[in-house]
Write a protein that binds this ligand. Structure first.
Ligand SMILES: Cc1cc2nc3c(=O)[nH]c(=O)nc-3n(C[C@H](O)[C@H](O)[C@H](O)COP(=O)(O)OP(=O)(O)OC[C@H]3O[C@@H](n4cnc5c(N)ncnc54)[C@H](O)[C@@H]3O)c2cc1C
Length: 331
């Protein structure tokens, strides 16, 4: 393969890589993905996943990216095959807290009456948000990409030069992999663990605003299953589920919704949120090829996916000879 047979090489097949690949392939570009692991083995498949700009900067860009993604996910929710649903529920806090600024974007957003909150909670808000069953959604994204003419190859990239050798545009969507691939020392993992149980009849989501605590409390129904969470452990690299952590997650969630206490456990999920001070959507030239980075989405990769992918597609399209100045929202 040389630089003439492809327009763009995407590295990574998580939610970021697949969404970016779709945006480029649907513009008519010849796009290939190289990924070290299949989509169903990525951090992306471990996500809960609910729309919500959680633990991610810079605020001004995140506002735009997340709003764009919200609109797309709301459209995708009309087709059950995508794995996206619109689900109502409550986020609540045990201490007086201001509602999130993104709340007004969501359908039915309103402050709860005290009588609507679980014991011990003082503040809360109700809203309807897109929730995404990630195994189904990643399968949908893969199908949509291949239907647009794209190809996915399981192949680890050991240096960025290896990628620039085969396409004039390379998009780096490697999540935590960018720590090695582009030596980004600002990137750290924030480990998340979830428990998947059979749904005992839950129809609404719930989450506690736990601030910066590593112990999260949230649950979200996806039809026959409910995802219980979770954890946010900075600097932890293990992708192996920890049984004691899983038991604590179930106990926390059952404290709010007792039907979850004895729900049969179906699966455990662990992922490393690729976290850096700012999401990196930025372009540089390497070996005469254009490398566009799209990684570091922390706990909001699903929430930002369509917004970031659209921006990358716009940068990719406005290529030479009128090469745009480097866009670096990461610094
Ligand atoms: C428990 C948990 C819950 C979460 N909940 C939510 C939520 O509710 N809402 C939300 O928006 N986000 C959520 N997130 C965050 C979200 O999962 C991430 O931000 C997102 O998955 C990052 O996606 P990505 O595609 O950038 O990275 P990844 O999914 O990690 O994909 C990276 C890809 O790059 C490939 N790769 C890496 N290195 C190389 C290499 N050298 N060569 C080739 N390929 C390589 C990998 O194989 C993989 O395909 C959650 C995360 C966790 C862990």
């Amino acid at each position: 393969m040389d630089r003439t047979s492809l327009d763009t090489l995407i590295v990574g097949a998580g939610v970021t890589g697949l969404t970016t690949a779709i945006c480029l392939a649907e513009l008519g570009m010849r796009v290939r993905i190289w990924t070290a692991e299949p989509a169903q083995a990525t951090t992306s498949v471990a996500a809960g996943a609910m729309w919500g700009p959680y633990r991610v900067e810079p605020v001004d860009r995140v506002r735009v990216w997340s709003a764009e993604t919200l609109e797309v996910l709301q459209q995708l929710a009309k087709d059950p095959a995508t794995g996206v649903r619109l689900v109502s529920g409550v986020e609540a806090s045990r201490t007086p807290t201001e509602p999130p600024e993104w709340g007004h974007q969501l359908d039915g957003f309103r402050i709860c009456e005290a009588s609507e909150l679980p014991d011990g909670f003082t503040t809360g808000w109700r809203f309807t948000a897109p929730v995404v069953d990630m195994p189904t959604y990643l399968g949908y994204l893969e199908r949509r990409f291949t239907e647009a003419g794209g190809h996915i190859e399981i192949r680890r990239v050991n240096s960025i030069n290896e990628a620039t050798g085969v396409a004039p545009i390379v998009v780096n969507c490697t999540g935590m992999g960018s720590r090695d691939l582009v030596h980004d020392v600002d990137l750290t993992p924030v480990r998340g663990q979830l428990v998947v149980v059979a749904n005992p009849g839950i129809t609404e989501h719930f989450s506690e605003d736990t601030g910066l605590s590593p112990d999260l409390l949230h649950y979200c129904p996806h039809g026959d299953t409910v995802i219980l969470g979770g954890t946010a452990q900075p600097g932890a690299w293990s992708r192996k589920p920890d049984p004691a952590t899983a038991a604590a997650i179930v106990a926390r969630c059952a404290g709010i919704e007792p039907r979850l206490r004895d729900a049969p456990v179906i699966d455990h999920r662990v992922g490393l949120r690729p976290t850096r001070p700012r999401v990196r959507v930025a372009q540089q030239t390497v070996n005469g090829a254009r490398v566009i980075h799209n990684y570091g989405h922390g706990g909001a990769g699903v929430t930002l996916s369509w917004g970031c992918a659209t921006e990358v597609a716009a940068v990719a399209r406005s290529g030479p000879p009128s090469l745009p100045p480097p866009v670096d929202h990461s610094r």
